[in-house]
Design a binder for this molecule. Structure first.
Ligand SMILES: [Zn+2]
Length: 129
């Protein structure tokens, strides 16, 4: 294997442990965000944006590694910061999906109370759902 590529990959392996540390912040951030009222549509839109950003960042990482393979080595720090950016993006996608999974499927048109599956009338005000 190309020596520069090997050096780059070694650096990436050493950084692998850092991804786990970021996850410890997830719970508190999630708790804070769950308190905010965020519409499901906005969350879905945000998740789609984050996935596009992640795809672009992954492509850049691929280009950095390929450039190294072809004799134009990428600086390790540049690659690492891009990888950490992807860690953060994936963490945010997971948080967004978690929030989406907590969104009630239906709400009462009169009072906004969340309906459970199978409800025909609102449990709070009796409005037909
Ligand atoms: Zn109601």
């Amino acid at each position: 294997m190309n020596e520069q590529l090997q050096i780059l990959l070694n650096t990436v392996c050493r950084a692998a442990g850092a991804a786990g540390e970021i996850a410890t912040d997830t719970a508190s951030t999630l708790k804070k965000r769950a308190g905010e009222l965020i519409s499901a549509a906005r969350l879905r839109s945000r998740a789609a944006d984050l996935r596009r950003e992640t795809d672009a960042a992954l492509r850049q990482v691929g280009e950095m590694i390929y450039a190294t393979h072809t004799g134009h080595p990428t600086d390790s720090d540049t690659l690492l910061s891009k990888l950490q950016e992807i860690d953060a993006l994936r963490q945010e996608i997971a948080q967004t999906e978690e929030l989406l999974s907590r969104q009630p499927e239906r709400v009462c048109p009169a009072c906004g109370t969340a309906a459970r599956s199978g409800d025909v009338f609102c449990r709070a005000c009796g409005e037909k759902l």
